[in-house]
Design a protein around this ligand. Structure first.
Ligand code: SAM
Length: 198
């Protein structure tokens, strides 16, 4: 299962569901506004281009159903803002913990972050991949990829914000891939008190 958290208008969810028909792709966002049209599109019949493997959930990271814990093979957070940005950058470690809780052991977290210290949720430090890596390491996650995103990365995100930024370059965007490296069978606790392997 793949989760796109902060899915916005759900464009990336539909693209992934179409490319991977055997995979359940769940778009989650605190706001329903953007997902209304896409979820209707996904619910069409197959003959009319429906995508039964695409699902949408209206929920904030702060109130995700416990059933989604330890579930996803891949969680993507693309161009987050607000509290989701603070979670992704590790500026709100309790929220970062909620984010990584979605992953099953060995799962991957993909972050594509474009933010400056002026952005709400980015924290005073702005984007500091080395500091972000330290926060995630304490949660049992190791950095596999950390680099500036290319134009192709922005396109490959298949998201509306990625498309927008690809069309008007100039803003630094980071791409990070983190792997869950908990020992098998190790479950994250509901609060932020667990610590994965260093
Ligand atoms: C800049 S938009 C990016 C949307 C989409 N990922 C894209 O790339 O087009 C950021 C999204 O994050 C969502 N968001 C912000 N804070 C959130 C939270 N705490 N939980 C869930 N979604 C959140 C917003 O509702 C918004 O749709």
């Amino acid at each position: 299962m793949t989760v796109d958290l902060g899915a916005g208008d759900g464009r990336a969810v539909l693209a992934r569901a179409a490319a991977h028909p055997g995979e359940l792709v769940v778009g989650i966002d605190a706001s329903s506004a953007g997902m209304v049209r896409t979820s209707r599109r996904a619910a069409r019949t197959a003959a009319r281009g429906g995508l039964p493997n695409a699902r949408f959930v209206i929920a904030g990271l702060e109130a995700l159903p416990a059933e989604l814990s330890d579930f996803a093979d891949l969680v993507s957070v693309q161009f987050p803002w607000g509290s989701l940005l603070a979670a992704a950058t590790g500026d709100a470690p309790a929220l970062t913990h909620l984010l990584v809780r979605l992953l099953r052991p060995g799962g991957t977290l993909l972050l594509i972050i474009s933010a400056s210290p002026r952005d709400e949720g980015a924290g005073a430090s702005g984007l500091d991949p080395a500091r972000i890596a330290v926060v995630y390491r304490q949660l049992g996650m190791r950095v596999a990829v950390s680099r500036l995103a290319t134009h192709d990365d922005l396109e490959a995100s298949r998201s509306s914000w990625g498309k927008r930024l690809a069309a008007s370059p100039g803003r630094a965007t980071w791409l990070m891939e983190l792997r869950d490296c908990r020992a098998p069978g190790y479950h994250r606790r509901p609060d932020a008190s667990d610590r994965g392997p260093e």
